[in-house]
Design a binder for this molecule. Sequence first.
Ligand code: ATP
Ligand code: MG
Length: 594
Amino acid sequence: MTVENNAAPAPAAPTDFIRDIVAGHIAEKRYAGIVTRFPPEPNGYLHIGHAKSICLNFGIALENGGRCNLRMDDTNPTKEDVEYVDSIIADVRWLISGWADAHLGFKAKSATTETRTIDGRTDYYAAPAAPGTLAVEPFFASDYFDALHACAVELIKRGKAYVCDLSPADTDAYRGSPDTPGKDSPFRTRSIEESLALFERMRAGEFPNGARSLRAKIDMASSNIWLRDPLLYRIRHADHHQTGVKWRIYPLYDFAHCLSDYFEGITHSICTLEFVDHRALYDWILEALDLPRPLPHQYEFAKLNLGYTLVSKRKLLQLVQERIVSGWDDPRMPTLSGLRRRGVPAAAVRDFAYHIGITKFDSLTDVAVFEHAIRENLNATAQRRLGVLHPIKIVLTNLAPGEVIECDATNNPQDENPTTRKVALTREVFIESDDFAEVPPPKYFRLKPGGEVRLKYACIIKLDEIVKDASGAITELRCTADLTTRPGGANVEKKVKGTIHWVSASHCVDAEVRLYDRLFTVPEPVAQEDFTKFINPRSLEVITAKLEASLGDALPGQVFQLERTGYFTPDAKNSRPGKPVFNRTITLKDTWAK
Ligand code: ATP
Ligand code: MG
């Protein structure tokens, strides 16, 4: 079982140029309702960049009582996999749970497209999810393969597409370059009947990969290279994770995408800037088919680029394949599953992704902005606990062996009415080795020879004696506890400059703790020729820590603040009751700048 730490504040909706466009369309009643979609290709796990797109698309639907479809853009059989489909569904659900739970819905029917007759011709559509629904049970572009094929046949019949026999290399060569016009394919003037017959034989699997393609007949001299008779279908003797062996031809992205949007009744098809030049093709295909109105339109925004991070499935896949990380959900990965495993609350990802701002200009977002959102969320929500990462033993010589003094520790001072729990003070405790200096630098206010320090929630202790073994290594620090300085004690008001955290040696649990740090040493790994050369060698350090006993059976999904140290969560894969493994979500403060 996991417990989600997913408290969701209801933030005000942001404003940006896309929301302005949508508001304008609502004002002029252009559409019956606003319909958006989030269309990942299931060729990898979702990452923090996708969270921006999800929050934008689901957000716009939510803010306007519209619909948003999760759609698997699964038209490329060779790179896609059901593992990815499953992870995408789980990650989207995780990201939006606690935000829009009341709106989560399902598409009406998990079948292919339906048909209806409009103006005497067959029109295809996907049965929509209910109004006001965020459909997290996904639609699949591959569900539309029949309808897409019918649209391709229709384009041929209209003289707007032809079967071309140029090889892939010749097709590229004929296309020209941005500065030089392309050249017409010799097959461009092929008759409609011949193209129809060849397209049917392509479908039947009669030709090898690359032997022929279906191309739109647009303009080989267009300044927009995407309009130079782009490919609509190619031959692929490959099985598909949804449709199996049925198809030997597969539609290309540009053909499938605009039509999938159309079938689903999408009004605002929002994508990232690299598709600006595709927009003309998007519109051309819908117009060439003379589809019933209203048609969907494409709008582009700048993708999220995050410092010290990669946001590209292809590059993240490389990290996985080269075993630079342990998998897609390695807690150092910027994938949603990695962030979840690391302990980053979905609400923190959303707060960041929802409010990051939507612009038309590519930029690099400082990772500190994301980290700030994580700390803000966890500071408000995380239970405080005591834990010592690098222990050094203290013996409180005036406490008897076996004596237990119960201290009240605050669970979360940020709560309106903070609660407390009991922690045991005993003769032997651990403190952080950092909180002791045998030869203290100036202004050192923690434990030092002859010095005093307060053990948080307990009392002031004074260091009397440093015990070393034969090799000179410190084995224990012998101290006196001044129990009159306990809460309620006669001298509770006594001030010392340092307060440190600690755990009882007899009331603690040993835990493997994985200290994660940024995966890359450079702010823009994507700008490097070989980003694998810039892996932070200290991105993972594994230690054995001493944690307050109550953390022994903490559950994944719970995130704790170890006081003065950082935020930690049990690892969902490796932690066991009584044998906990903790991941550091984030340090308390940004220490990276130093
Ligand atoms: P990648 O390069 O990581 O494979 P992609 O764009 O190919 O990304 P898709 O699965 O096609 O991945 O993306 C689904 C949606 O998420 C698309 O609409 C895409 O524009 C959007 N998206 C992808 N990356 C980002 C990002 N970094 N910031 C914002 N939106 C993104
Ligand atoms: Mg893509």
